[in-house]
Design a protein around this ligand. Structure first.
Ligand SMILES: [Zn+2]
Length: 92
């Protein structure tokens, strides 16, 4: 099935800001149990402890995480990692 998700790395970077984007890039390998549904990507990100991070990929793009920086609608580094992990998995 073709991916139904239409965000890019640049979208993640714009929403997260350069610092969180860079930290998120370093956390891509810590993303586990990624799943997607119609509205969201969700995964566990191991970063000291497991964080439950989401990317809401319907317009507007947004994120949510249970870390201190994870209040919606911004993207923390964990949500960035989830988004990047998804993009890497689905790149074709
Ligand atoms: Zn987070």
């Amino acid at each position: 099935m073709a991916p139904l998700i239409f965000f890019t790395e640049a979208d993640l970077e714009r929403l997260a800001g350069p610092a969180d984007f860079e930290r998120g890039r370093l956390l891509v390998d810590a993303v586990e149990d990624l799943y997607e549904d119609e509205y969201s990507l969700c995964a566990t990100v191991s970063d000291g402890r497991p964080y439950l991070a989401m990317v809401h990929h319907q317009h507007p793009l947004g994120g949510e995480c249970d870390c201190p920086d994870g209040a919606p609608p911004g993207l923390c580094e964990h949500s960035v990692a989830v988004g990047l992990s998804y993009l890497l998995e689905t790149r074709y």
